[in-house]
Design a protein. Structure first.
Length: 103
C-alpha cells in the first residue's frame, strides 16, 4: 500500500468516525477514532460512508473532509499505527510506525 493510499484510508476512516471539531483532539483520540471506525466499518465501509455523504450532503461533506485533511496534516507526525496485527506486551511499541511512514 502506498503512502497516498494509507493517507486516503486514514482520512476516510476519520470522516466516517463520530469525531467532531469540538472534541478533545489529541493524537491518541484521533488514532483511537481511526482504529475503532476501521474495526467497526472496515476500510471499504469507510469509503462507502464517504461516498454516501458526498452524494447526500456534498457541501457538508466537503467541509468535513477539509477539516479532516487539515487535522491529519497537523497530527501526521504524532499518529502511530501498528505495523503488525497484534503487538505482544514485550514488544509493545516496537511494531509502530508514524503514520507518515506507514506505507
Amino acid at each position: 500500500m502506498t503512502r497516498m493510499h494509507v493517507n486516503e484510508a486514514i482520512c476516510e476512516a476519520l470522516f466516517a468516525s463520530p469525531l467532531q471539531p469540538s472534541d478533545a483532539l489529541t493524537a491518541e483520540a484521533v488514532a483511537d477514532a481511526i482504529g475503532s471506525t476501521v474495526r467497526r466499518l472496515s476500510s471499504t465501509g469507510c469509503t462507502s460512508r464517504v461516498a454516501e455523504e458526498f452524494g447526500d450532503h456534498p457541501e457538508e461533506a466537503a467541509d468535513r473532509m477539509r477539516w479532516i485533511r487539515q487535522l491529519t496534516s497537523e497530527l501526521c507526525g504524532c499518529l502511530y499505527f501498528p505495523t503488525a496485527e497484534q503487538a505482544t506486551t514485550a514488544s509493545a511499541g516496537s511494531d509502530l510506525l508514524p503514520v507518515g511512514e506507514a506505507a
